[in-house]
Design a protein around this ligand. Structure first.
Ligand code: ATP
Ligand code: MG
Length: 348
């Protein structure tokens, strides 16, 4: 569960500081719109922080996965470019890190076939995140892609033998699927040596940031604050956020989730604890809390937003980064697929 993953994340943080070269990260997002503060404090910030510590970083733009809960990949090119812009803006460095699109790496996707054979339908059925996403989906029927996407993610992570995956809390069940697939593949085909690592999830201090309606901040729920949003738009969204009627502001995530998530957001932007932020506000009420959050967020995001606007003027550069990233990812995937085929005895 989450508390075990938090404990494990603390151990990993120490190991990363000791020897960043031991780790390789794979993580990514679906190109379904602009990234938001939930992404940022849930995983994006860790991507950049660890990149800067010397951990190798792969970022997948999961374009096929758009179709898990949508009929068509609407405005796909635009959304893919938005994702790249968001990553450049927060400091992902394409010289050191690889940003690539899922659909451009056929060998990665070929791993799906042996991987699917390693999990049972009953196991896929039990996945709580898939259940939740189906409940929030606009589609009436559950597609095979939705049902199997945790296995696709296993291929996304294992194709480059990543051992570290900075994610939000909703991804923990999927990481378990990836670990299971890796373990079973190694047991069945490894003949004593591990072909794949069993990757660890790395949680941030905000593994589940709430949106303005008090549920998980999510692109598809219309409750998010985009990194690229304007300062006024941000103010308006935060003003409309759900809180409670108690005037005294205190950090109590279990009892007062909405107020606490806002406090956490301000705290992360200010580099302080949510309790300190709460003490500042005292009994000034939700309106004062929202003013603090708005100021903190806008101040924190200002340099990110201006870098993003600059990169947005150079579309050719964005496309070049993807072309180069795709090429690097293809070379890595080809090597892994060759190993997998050899392990499975397809030597022709
Ligand atoms: P969609 O609504 O299209 O599914 P999403 O907002 O749920 O989008 P994903 O692309 O599914 O975002 O998630 C990308 C990454 O961001 C995952 O690692 C996920 O755990 C993390 N993440 C997303 N939302 C949050 C959140 N509210 N708090 C913390 N982490 C989050
Ligand atoms: Mg999601």
């Amino acid at each position: 569960g989450t508390s075990a993953a938090r404990t494990r994340s603390a151990v990993l943080e120490r190991q990363i500081l000791e020897d960043p070269g031991r780790f390789r990260i794979l993580t990514g997002d679906r190109p379904t719109g602009r990234l938001h503060l939930g992404h940022y404090f849930g995983t994006l910030h860790n991507r950049v922080r660890l990149q800067d510590l010397g951990v190798e970083l792969f970022v997948i733009v999961a374009d096929y996965q758009v179709l898990t809960d949508r009929d068509v990949a609407d405005r796909l090119t635009e959304h893919v470019e938005e994702l790249v812009l968001d990553h450049l803006a927060i400091g992902v460095d394409p010289e050191r890190s690889t940003v690539f699109t899922h659909s451009a790496v056929p060998a990665l996707n070929q791993l799906l076939l042996p991987f699917l054979s390693l999990v049972s339908v009953a196991e896929l059925n039990r996945n709580p995140t898939v259940k939740d996403e189906i409940a929030h989906s606009r589609q009436s029927a559950v597609s095979g892609l939705m049902f199997t996407y945790p296995v696709h993610q296993a291929a996304d992570i294992l194709f480059c033998k990543a051992n570290l995956v900075p994610v939000g809390q909703d991804q923990l069940p999927h990481l378990e699927v990836t670990r299971t697939v890796a373990r079973r593949f190694n047991d069945r085909y490894g003949s004593g040596t591990a072909v794949f690592p069993e990757p660890d999830a790395l949680l941030s201090e905000a593994p589940l940031l709430l949106g303005t309606d008090g549920t998980k901040m999510s692109k598809s729920r219309g409750n998010s604050i985009a990194l690229a949003a304007g300062a006024d738009e941000t103010a308006r969204l935060i003003k409309g956020a759900k809180t409670d009627s108690e005037r005294h502001i205190a950090y109590d995530p279990a009892g007062r989730p909405e107020v606490s998530s806002l406090l956490l957001l301000a705290a992360l932007c200010q580099g302080r604890t949510p309790e300190e932020v709460a003490d500042d506000i005292g009994s000034a009420g939700a309106a004062a809390l929202k003013r603090t959050v708005t100021e903190s967020v806008n101040e924190y995001l200002a340099p990110i937003r201006s870098r993003r606007a600059e990169y947005a003027r150079d579309r050719a550069y964005v496309l070049r980064i993807l072309r180069e990233g795709n090429e690097r990812a293809r070379a890595v995937a080809d090597a892994t697929l060759a190993e997998v085929r050899a392990a499975m005895n397809s030597r022709y």
